[in-house]
Design a protein around this ligand. Sequence first.
Ligand code: ZN
Ligand code: ZN
Length: 133
Amino acid sequence: MTDRWSLTETPAMYPGDDQESRCPATSDLTAPQSATLAALPSVIGPVLRTVTCELALGHDGDHIAFTGAADDGERWWWLYWASDRHRLIQVDTCARASINGPHRDECLLAQDHSGPHSFDIRATCVIEKAVRA
Ligand SMILES: [Zn+2]
Ligand SMILES: [Zn+2]
């Protein structure tokens, strides 16, 4: 059986065990928020009803989760929430990328997010995508 981990060959300076765990917070979109997303032009993919925070465990500030991309994927919409607020807003993606040999991992989080970039957060699905690309 092929070990797909050997394909990624994690650099010594970024041992896998040092990657951050993901924040487990979840939130439901409100009916008006779902309606706002559903009404956007050229939404790609299903509109999510329940989202999970995509930042690293223990991050500062609001939780942030991707909710959908409108205008053929040009505009990304995110849910920002905390105990006392709950906002659906359009924010560009973070511009940072990690160059790891032939791989270029773009950060898939919202611009100006707190904590580490998505490529430094443990997420098996992202690694699988990078290997197959
Ligand atoms: Zn969070
Ligand atoms: Zn980032």
